[in-house]
Design a protein around this ligand. Sequence first.
Ligand code: ARG
Length: 460
Amino acid sequence: HTNQSWGGRFSEPVDAFVARFTASVDFDKRLYKHDIQGSIAHATMLAKVGVLSDAERDTIIDGLNAIRGEIEAGNFDWRVDLEDVHMNIEAKLTERIGITGKKLHTGRSRNDQVATDIRLWLREEIDVILAEISRLQDGLLSQAEQHAEVIMPGFTHLQTAQPVTFGHHLLAWFEMLSRDYERLVDCRKRVNRMPLGSAALAGTTYPIERSITCELLGFEAISGNSLDGVSDRDFAIEFCAAASLAMMHLSRFSEELVLWTSAQFNFIDLPDRFCTGSSIMPQKKNPDVPELVRGKSGRVYGHLMGLLTLMKSQPLAYNKDNQEDKEPLFDAVDTLRDSLRAFADMIPAIQPKVEVMREAARRGFSTATDLADYLVRKGLPFRDCHEIVGKAVKYGVDSGKDLAEMSLDELRQFSEQITDDVFAVLTLEGSVGARDHIGGTAPKQVRAAVGRGRELLANR
Ligand code: ARG
């Protein structure tokens, strides 16, 4: 016989290393608040259905509240020999209130307990993450509105393609984040279902009322099958999938910030407080925050793959494998939340270098498409226009002139259709202003998109 709560059928104590190897308390103690919340709901329900007396319920609840206070004050002695957060708290409860503490676990198993705890915890974390996404999006809207007229080169293949407005570019990030937000909201619906009452795997013989605990814990629905309720972790995988996509977006965003702060691009200024220096090169100011976020995307993808692999081929119902769900999930949550926080702090502080951006947009024949479209309006087929402008660009490359720097006569070598109204078309303002439709880069459209974005945020 051992002194473990499950020790009745054992004839020797568990090996000391095995005890440490199988314990999860070092990381799952993070669930203490939700574990206590779940236990209070469970005890309340047990009293309502007559399994506990009201006095027992009150003793248990007082004890649990006191334990929460102890944990939060840093006075709780977490014991590895008690394996996990659940048994640490239960053992402490019995130590405090005596034999009534031993009644809390009636009609419950750690299997439905832990599944409930993780869902309660994740639901709350998703809400924090959603708020950070909104904060970042709000920063993007302010920047986009302020810089609706600032012109920069837009790229394909990282080669200058067409001029775009800086505001428009920033709003591309806004769109991606909106989808990330939607995905997490959707994921939250499936997180928000209650496995409590599944007990170990088959349900329980006590007359439990799951609707009572469901209501007390604010779950949207009760899981419909006890075997499934205790064993699946698809909700955690789904969260990691949504988190991976969000991190993928942030990694792309990061990459642009790293490029833009380089001396070669020099498009933006990132305030010093988001950068660090070099221990050897005195001139350095490195964009550490975006670099780190870019790098951290990898660990979230890793957690997604880790959890998929954890669950693959697991037979019903609970297996100890599932204890391995927590560290990846915790880290995915922390990484996404902190990355979003860093971005939400940083984005309102970036400053575009308007003249540098403009100069870059002027180079690289960024208005060549505008010239082709101009010739289409003069009645030529688009493919011929493409060819004509291609020749003009070649002439420009050879003579070192941009399209807008050529004289009318020089331009007319390539087409007689070109007249002096062409110069309005070749300006950067003309180019961006002409893309004046929903989703286009014209400043007017950027302002309209900012308006729509504000409305979206206000209705969340
Ligand atoms: N620490 C365990 C986990 O995280 C709790 C459930 C343990 N259940 C069991 N039957 N051993 O999965």
